[in-house]
Design a protein around this ligand. Sequence first.
Ligand code: EPZ
Length: 432
Amino acid sequence: MIDTEAVQTVTRNENKLEIVGRKPLNGVVKISGAKNAVLKLMAAALLSNNDCLIRNVPRIRDVETMIGVLNGLGAETVWEDESTIRIQIKDGLGYAAPDQYVREMRASVQVMGPLLARLGKVKLFQPGGCIIGQRPIDLHLKGFQALGAEVIEEHGYVYVRADKLKGAEIHLDFPSVGATENIMSAAILAEGTTVIRNAAKEPEIIEEQNFYNRLGARIRGAGTDTIRIEGVKQLNNRMTDYTVIPDRIEAGTFMIAAAITGGDVVLEDVIPEHVEALASKLREIGVTIEANGEKLRVVSDGRLKAADVTVLPYPGFPTDLQPQITALLAVANGTSVITENVFGSRFRYVDELIRMGAVIRVESRSAIVKGVKRLSGASVCAPDLRAGAALVIAGLAADGLTTIEGLQYLDRGYVALEKKLAALGADIQRVE
Ligand code: EPZ
């Protein structure tokens, strides 16, 4: 209803992608900075006492939306060059996140922890459920309450306030990425030590820990299921210059695109460990993957074997690559079962793949995919970001012309996807 990774009624965008499929991808592609790390680092900058320079920032719509949130709160955020932003926190920072942007992007909730820590209060339009499943923030709020904050939910807003935050032991019911990050932020200036157990272990959490520690926080354990935050009285006054990690989901999207087209692609600027769950699944499917430092070569002869995929929190197979791998398995030899364990309803794109000739049945949390020899180009519409990427992947392998609408989702999370694919030899163009 509110999030636009998926708004229920997809606002049609005039722009379309046209893809003529069955061209193998070949060449080198450079991976951009990680969307889901950058957005959190930008929110984290709200705790900084001096300027923050964040480098390797992908120029995507979600980043522009987060700039809107920060500037709406009274920060000054400017692009220093194509991939560097400078965030300056001014006196008189507001505590109410601007509705317009919160409605637009769910990741806006990540300003809650930093604002609560800095100002002792924060108010936010209540983010709702969305197309990929219900996405409550109860775990974030329970964490704030455990630290001593009061939570008031009324008139569609959530208001959190605290005269003083105190360290606590918090056990998350589910290793939520956003809750882990928000609680970590809120605990930085609290009195005493906070321990988050069953914490999310995603690489983006490690990024946030490293960033906060540069600001003067004392956090240990990110990347494991137990994170310890020793409250400090104040953060340092130094300027921070931080380069964000590469985007593992963008990397994974290109790996799958290379695999489905029978291509030979070298990805530059990747951390191979971050895509290991996908790499090992692709090997099982019959794709050759070779890591060499920060490069990854993906070679496929186009003969793909069915495989079952179980989506789990990191280091399990990522939910953000679930639609893309389903598109790949739609043309693999045999039957695959893909089980989604992170979000409640992330198979809405399946109807679009069926339009392209895929044979898929969704039963509860699983999609049963009977591989077909060929997909056929069709006119389809992306219902959300990663689903859009899956349709692009399907289009790259399909016979004839595929037209994809709903590009406003793709533009939220991928830097010039069609340009990068075209440079690898895909026949793809954006039509105004
Ligand atoms: C982050 O969302 C990512 N977004 C998502 O990426 C990603 O799919 C997700 O983590 C899982 O990896 C950003 O980082 C901006 P969660 P987040 O809290 O933090 C339930 C993309 O395509 N839950 O780990 O919102 C929730 O409903 C996006 O780039 C609660 O029940 O994910 C879901 O089922 C999409 N209560 C599960 O936990 C809560 O308070 C995981 O959500 C919080 C979460």
